[in-house]
Design a protein around this ligand. Sequence first.
Ligand SMILES: C[S@@+](CC[C@H](N)C(=O)[O-])C[C@H]1O[C@@H](n2cnc3c(N)ncnc32)[C@H](O)[C@@H]1O
Length: 295
Amino acid sequence: MLRAGSRILARNGVENPEGEARWLWACLSHVECVPRQTGLSREPTREEESRFREWIGRRARGEPAAYLTGVEEFYGLRLGTGPEVLVPRDDSEVLVEEALAFLPQDRAARILDLGTGSGCLLLAVLHHRPRVRGLGVDRSRGALEAARANAVRLGLDGRARFLQASWLEALHGERFDLILCNPPYVEPGEAVAFGVAEFEPAVALFTPPGRPYRAYEAILTRTAEVLRPGGRLILEVGAGRAKAVATLGAAARGLEFVKVRRDLGGIERAVVLERRTAVPARPCRRQQVFRNPPG
Ligand SMILES: C[S@@+](CC[C@H](N)C(=O)[O-])C[C@H]1O[C@@H](n2cnc3c(N)ncnc32)[C@H](O)[C@@H]1O
């Protein structure tokens, strides 16, 4: 059954066909893990066999395994997933690493996760930092429901809040020590992995046509208002985009560039910015009148 399944996946261009067939079986049969060398570990029931065939067929047509099984692993946590949320990617784990390096174990802090999706970034940080509280913002109601369910499942709902809004628009008077954001950064028409464009939510993937930095610009113009002095903003970026985003960030009011972080594949994946301690006041008409009184 596994051999036949992995052959079908291989024929349809799935990258790790044997591993995926085994993972589908493990989830379907509630076996925690299936070692490479063993077979099915037990005979499947008729029902399991037909469900397995169905899943293999759907996976072969590009549907992400995480939508079939309803779960995905991220930074050691098992998260619920579904078609309303982007499947959490290993590449994004560097944002969590950077966040944990910035927040000492015993520090009480408030974090903001913009475009929270499944809640993966926010919940991974809360899981490892028991004194941190956080807010996840997303414009998608379905994503927020998934993130909330994940917070409950992981016992983190006491420290995680969620809000339906566009980026920073609904946040007035709130201050955070750290902001994480993995915005949509695929340009329409850009090549993506098998099944991604067909099955994962467009709102999580694509930038408006001709505006690849739209989300970054919207966030950077208001970051200084919600980030405490000395606080950090960690932005995920697509391959080849780190320099442009770092330049936008360094030019944003009150922010300075800290570093670019590579993912495990060696691709520049995250741009880290810091809120300067003294932000020069934006000149407004009243101040100009005061400084240069007419006559
Ligand atoms: C690339 S996904 C990231 C999901 C999750 N944080 C992760 O790393 O897997 C981008 C997320 O941003 C959300 N999003 C898109 N436009 C938004 C907007 N204007 N305001 C808030 N969230 C938005 C999408 O719904 C999606 O959940």
